[in-house]
Design a protein. Sequence first.
Length: 410
Amino acid sequence: MAFSDAELVRGRLQAHADQLGLRGARRHTLAAVLTLLCGWSRLTDDRVALGQLIELIAAAGGRRYDLKTIGRALAGLAADNLIVYRPAQGRSRRAFVAIHEQFIGDIAVLARDREGRIITSAATQSDTDSVTFSRRSPYKNQSHYPPTPRHRTEPHASRPTEVEVSTDELRQVLTGLPDPLARLPKHLRWMLGAQIRNRLAAGWLPEQILDKLCQPMPSNLQRPWRLALWRLHHNVPGAGPRLRPLQRDWEQRARRQAHTEQQRTIAHWHTEVAAVTDPAERAELLRAHQVKFGRPAQDPIAALAAAGRRVTRLFPQLPLAAALQRWTAEILGHPAGEPVAVATVRPPAAASTDLLMDLAISGGCACVVCGSPRATARLELPLKSMVCDQCWPVIAAELASDDDAEWMAA
């Protein structure tokens, strides 16, 4: 029935049930039946399991009734002329539940064609007026086994490795085999057919396979089966003429998609960098790129985009503009090959209690002060904590001040 008719039938049943004053299990069972039938625009259902009604009642917030209680409730609803109920009889049987005819006298039942599809126009009764609904859901829960989308017009998601093989092609090869191979035992003939089918799936033509198998054989050949396998393995290798074009098209399409994705990424990061820098800063970035890699940038747009991605990974805690400035200052301030002076700090005899507690709690591979991933284990600290080069002078100064205070006190 139509969706509007389903709501009308539901309203009639609920109004009649209110007049009867249904309570308890019968009221909950009627609500589950309406969900099972009217919720799917159905008048009858001959595949009802009582467990379905129990689950529907529990999902609506009701009790999880016993199967016998549900059966008695359905029988009571049938006695009140609300539904038609025929219990299941026999193992693996299902019950029949339908809306009573007094509530569906003026409801139009949709007709179906031979294939079970709904016919929208009763006058024409043609296939073009039929509505094909989705297929029946499998019995397994599909949340863990999602269906694989398949469409013949869509390109392959992965590189094709085989083509479709028809039975006629395989029969053509088996029929044209030379006499020593045609007289093989049944099990060897089946195994040879499997190998031939693999070559057909690899894109080779039946004529090409027969040409290799029908070559002259030695007169004293004892194992023609082994010779056939050797010829298939050495003379019909790899992809055939039907599979190679498919693989070539897929590779070209994959290269185009990769190039498009790369250009999209470059454009995105170049836009991000251009939004937070001016022309002078972008020129400094290109100069830093030349200093770091030893050659000028061939593509300035790609170089700026790469700089944006690089500084985001190097300094994730900083905004993009500040990260770009810091990276430029580091590269241009200490060019490649120029030694960087590192101040040596004497191992302190003792450090402040607060500093040691912070370093012990914040241990890890990142800087314990700013969280930068570019941190170094400091042997001068008792716990050898990780501190980056930017934060180390502050901690070193604090350690040195504590050392001087202890020396003066001594």
